[in-house]
Design a protein around this ligand. Structure first.
Ligand code: GRF
Length: 225
């Protein structure tokens, strides 16, 4: 998905300009757990840091996810599609249909503990963002903060990237780095990375929603003309 030459931005500039007043960018949040990144995004919208963006729906594959309860408390539209025991393609087809019925422009994975099927990704080309708690391509996969701490890196951080068919792999939109302190343990490091995640996701959504970018090869770059 992210190889080859220039690609048109997903939320193209023309559409972005034409629709800026008519219609807000609608994001769909997918989460499986506590939902602190979702809440940070919701907080940014409330605080006016993401003008022209609204949350269309919050979807979880886990009925008891605290993030889902938080979305209900905020009176946002929510949906649950329990994934346990279901075939990936069938489950993903339900989630895709739900996102489409809510007219979602951009899908934001926020602690969504599922790999997406190829047909899901194809339904939202360059329109799915994920946040990962490491400076990719270092430490993909689970427990990235612990991996980084155990490796002994001196700089850690987080990455917001487009989702393609490989794990934690698509074009990088935003990274934020922090020093690893001698006094850190894995928990304190994860805590400080999380604070950066909350800033990074808002920044990435703002950039992508603007449509003012292009993908060159793997590189997300700001459009200059
Ligand atoms: C975050 O660390 C995120 O980077 C990773 O899963 C965690 C989700 O945390 N993908 P939260 O549910 O947003 O609090």
């Amino acid at each position: 998905m992210s190889t080859g030459g220039k690609e048109t931005p997903v939320l193209g500039r023309e559409a972005s300009i034409q629709n800026a007043e008519a219609r807000k960018r609608r994001i769909g949040i997918l989460l499986s757990g506590r939902g602190s990144n979702f809440l940070a995004i919701a907080g940014s919208i409330r605080a006016g840091r993401l003008p022209g963006v609204e949350i269309a729906v919050v979807i979880s594959n886990v009925a008891e996810a605290p993030g889902l309860a938080a979305a209900r408390d905020l009176d946002l539209p929510t949906a649950v599609f329990v994934s346990k025991g279901r075939k990936r393609a069938e489950h993903d087809a339900d989630v895709t249909a739900c996102l489409q019925s809510h007219q979602v422009d951009l899908v934001c994975l926020a602690g969504y503990m599922r790999l997406l099927s190829p047909s899901f990704i194809a339904a939202f080309p360059h329109r799915i963002l994920n946040i990962h708690p490491s400076l990719l391509p270092a430490f993909p996969g689970l427990e990235a903060q612990e991996q980084a701490f155990a490796y002994g890196v001196k700089v850690a951080g987080c990455t917001v990237h487009f989702v393609d068919e490989e794990l934690d792999h698509g074009s990088i939109v935003v990274q934020r780095a922090i020093p690893v302190l001698d006094s850190d343990d894995a928990e304190s490091l994860a805590h400080r990375i999380l604070a950066e995640e909350h800033i990074a996701y808002t920044e990435a959504i703002r950039l992508v929603a603007s449509g003012e970018y292009e993908i060159r090869g793997r590189r997300y770059v700001k459009r200059t003309s």
